[in-house]
Design a protein around this ligand. Structure first.
Ligand code: AHR
Length: 498
């Protein structure tokens, strides 16, 4: 294949990369919490009932922020069911996923977990079946000093010190017909405004995420976002985006070109934010919170989405392969290329449910998508640089033309982190990396995820089929680097630069 030249000119900076784009999402559903991160009966359980094995694997993902308790679950959740002595918490019928929720993992357990893991907590309030006042009371429970009702309750049940939860989502996917409490945009905007005002009155330091369109295919796409932002823009700091992609036609080349629409999704939403800012003559720019993203198209049937009245049923446990790992890297490249607008992003989710990590009894398995996330997130500090890619491209039926090489870069202190995906199904790609206006001195580290087929995956029998491994095909010459990237691969390379 013809060589690709990738130019990163440090003069063309996009913005500082917000570390919060390496976030996760823990929903109280399926086996995400129970059997996933919290399993007092497991041989891996610590004194809190948290699973040491999954937390160890999550630790290596280096996540920054964690969204909880949903998702769809949040729209029917009453947070007070999940506090106080565990044996006095009610077991309830959970409607979003039709499961049984015993409320053994509530706000205090979540906060304890975030402290243990060094995660920034991000809480979604219930604007489906809940009231604005209930949302406001949750802020008081989490953030107010003792001396008032809910803060005193926190002190009594768990901690005298406030939790200082800074990030709050104003509901979840309320534009969707499937959502408990779905309403048209105008009604959501009123409800969210009422909640946001009381929440902010309780703690003026919090930041809030307005619920944006849940899918590009939704009939109110973009219009919903405009209406909502125009109405509650002065309270909200971010607007949420959700995106799940897949390969239902089993066309790998087409699937890998989906990055074009990830870029487009971000640019549409940023455009709405800017139009609303102009229309309302506001000084405030809204940023994007991509608080659900992943590959999800296989585990979508009734057996995957309906818990049939069971406790911790296996729900939406998507198996991932090599092509999915490349798509995950494509999402991250897109977030880095849009560092000026995307400030928070949460891969959905973390364990068992749409997850990089699976459990089976006391066993644990790392899926293919685990590795690119880890490779990116340990190279996240610095400023995003605008890439220029000069090289071969192809036309995809659904998403238009893309280069075979998809890329992004972050310039840190004397180091340049580059991320490169080779979408070619069969050929090694020669890539020249040019730090224009500067010089590549040496390769500090280089890793790659690759395999022999797009459908290669990890199983309990063969758990190390798709992993990250050292990439040894790079050389540095005359201030530039040349790499040979295997077909269907994602690489992360850190250079010393001057
Ligand atoms: O992540 C799984 C589900 O996907 C979430 O609960 C919901 O918000 C989205 O539709």
């Amino acid at each position: 294949m013809e060589k690709t030249r990738v130019v990163f000119d440090p003069a063309y900076t996009i913005a500082q990369v917000d570390p919060r784009i390496f976030g996760g999402f823990l929903e109280l559903m399926g086996r995400a919490v129970y059997e996933g991160v919290y399993d007092p009966k497991s041989c891996h359980a610590d004194e809190n009932g948290f699973r040491r094995d999954t937390l160890g694997a999550l630790h290596r993902l280096n996540m920054t922020v964690m969204r909880y308790p949903g998702g769809n679950f949040a729209s029917g959740y009453h947070w007070m069911d999940g506090i106080g002595p565990k044996d006095q918490r009610p077991t309830v019928r959970e409607l979003a996923w039709q499961s049984i929720e015993p409320n053994q993992f509530g706000t205090d357990e979540f906060i304890k977990l975030t402290h243990l893991m060094g995660w920034i907590p991000m809480i979604t309030v219930n604007l489906g079946t809940g009231t604005p006042e209930e949302a406001r009371n949750w802020v008081e429970y989490c953030n107010s000093p003792v001396g008032t009702k809910y803060a005193d309750l926190r002190a009594k049940t768990s901690s005298e010190a406030p939790y200082h939860v800074k990030l709050w989502c104003l509901g979840n996917e309320l534009d969707g017909l499937w959502q408990l409490g779905h309403v048209p945009a105008e009604q959501y905007a009123i409800l969210a405004q009422q909640a946001a005002k009381m929440m902010k009155d309780t703690d003026p330091s919090i930041e809030m995420v307005a619920c944006g369109s849940s899918a590009m295919s939704s009939p109110s796409y973009i219009e919903w976002d405009r209406i909502v932002l125009e109405y509650i823009g002065s309270y909200a700091d971010y607007v949420s985006l959700h995106r799940y992609v897949g390969n239902p036609e089993n066309d790998t080349a087409n699937y890998l070109a989906v990055t074009n629409t990830i870029d487009k999704r971000i640019e549409h939403m940023d455009a709405v934010c800017r139009i609303v800012q102009a229309k309302t003559r506001s000084k405030k720019r809204h940023y994007l919170c991509f608080d659900e993203w992943n590959v999800w198209y296989r585990a979508t049937g009734p057996e995957d989405t309906n818990g049939r009245g069971k406790f911790a049923p296996p729900l939406i446990e998507e198996p991932y392969n090599l092509e999915d790992a490349l798509v995950i890297a494509g999402f991250l490249n897109s977030f880095i290329r849009h560092a000026d607008s995307v400030k928070i992003a949460n891969i959905a989710q973390i364990v068992n449910v749409l997850a990089p990590i699976l459990t089976q009894g006391d066993q644990m398995l790392l899926q293919s998508i685990y590795y690119p996330f880890a490779m990116f997130s340990c190279r996240r500090d610095g400023v995003a640089i605008q890439p220029v890619v000069i090289g071969p491209a192809y036309d995809s039926p659904s998403y238009g033309r893309v280069n075979y090489i998809d890329t992004s870069a972050i310039l840190g202190d004397g180091v340049l982190h580059t991320f490169l995906i080779n979408r070619d199904l069969s050929e090694v790609a020669e890539v020249e990396i040019d730090h224009a206006g500067g010089k590549i001195e040496s390769i500090l580290s280089a890793e790659v995820v690759c395999g022999s087929s797009p459908k290669d995956s990890n199983t309990y029998e063969n758990p190390y089929n798709i992993i990250s491994q050292p990439l040894k095909t790079g050389i540095v010459r005359d201030g530039k680097a040349i790499f040979h990237l295997p077909a269907l691969s994602v690489a992360a390379v850190t250079f010393k630069v001057s």
